[in-house]
Write a protein that binds this ligand. Structure first.
Ligand code: FAD
Length: 246
């Protein structure tokens, strides 16, 4: 059952001029699973009033009495949010939502493009909070080193989680054509057999491309998550093209 509740901005941290970590403290707490998302509106409303324009954001944290979001300042909504956010500002959130749930006991190989790392940050919190020990791999392809998962995650990442950074904007590029070479990354991470559960999160082209590569390489357990024009999409690689299911 989801809840509509006021949430106060506690902290806003600029990672780079276009990427921000925003910490909210909701009045009412509802537990959420790693990978899920909330709806956020910039207005201060209660559940009985019509719901104003809002946008979905993945939880970038898990557990506790606060919610952290990783926000890419992109268009109208996120620009207004970042320009107005200051400690003490009251917003309204509705949560939790979503089918991407990373709470199963599995060996996860998480592949993120850019701010697509956001749901995986909630997985890292969950992993630490639940004291998990199964191996996990996070491959993060990003243009700027300052935005890497190892730079923006707030806790110490345990040794059982292998982080593979691919900073595609640096010279010389880590992989050919400034694009993540997923086969090389998997070899480096020792991900070889079908006992791994893959999740790819990022822009639609990123998710489709790497979902197809994993499928072509013979991996079976692949889930793709992407954000497209405010609509949640989950790609399932099919025989021809990745199919966007909404
Ligand atoms: C389930 C889910 C989870 C999400 N989680 C996150 C998250 O954790 N972090 C996050 O940052 N985002 C997340 N998103 C995306 C987020 O909801 C917003 O859609 C996104 O931030 C863009 O919102 P915006 O209003 O700022 O940009 P928009 O105004 O929607 O613009 C988006 C892009 O389109 C371009 N654009 C807009 N209008 C035009 C135009 N007329 N012509 C040409 N280009 C145009 C903008 O420049 C921008 O690049 C998520 C989305 C979903 C569905």
């Amino acid at each position: 059952m989801n809840v509509t509740t006021r949430a106060t901005v506690q902290e806003i941290r600029e990672v780079t001029p276009s990427l921000f970590l925003v910490t909210l403290r909701p009045e009412t707490i509802r537990p959420w699973d790693p990978g899920m998302f909330l709806q956020l509106t910039l207005e201060d409303v209660d559940w009985s009033r019509p719901w104003p324009p809002s946008k979905p954001f993945s939880f970038a944290s898990w557990g506790g009495d606060h919610i952290r979001l990783l926000i890419r300042k992109e268009g109208q909504f996120t620009s207004r949010l970042i320009e107005n956010a200051r400690p003490g500002l009251t917003l309204t959130v509705k949560y939790p939502f979503g089918d991407l749930v990373l709470d199963r006991p599995a060996k996860y190989c998480l592949v993120a493009g850019g701010a697509g790392i956001s749901p995986f940050l909630s997985f890292l919190d969950f992993y630490l909070g639940r004291e998990l020990t199964l191996p996990a791999v996070v491959i993060h392809s990003i243009r700027r080193r300052e935005e890497l998962v190892s730079e923006i995650y707030w806790e110490k990442i345990p040794d059982s989680i292998k982080i593979l950074p691919r900073v595609t904007g640096e010279y010389p590029p880590p992989d050919p054509d400034r694009r993540l070479d997923i086969s090389a990354a998997l070899r480096e991470a020792g991900v070889r057999d079908d006992t791994w559960q893959f999740v790819v999160s990022g822009p639609p082209q990123f998710a489709a491309k790497y979902g197809r590569s994993l499928s072509d390489a013979g991996f079976k357990h692949i889930q793709l998550e992407s954000w497209q024009g405010g609509v949640v999409g989950s790609f399932q690689p099919g025989p021809a093209e990745g199919v966007l299911q909404t």
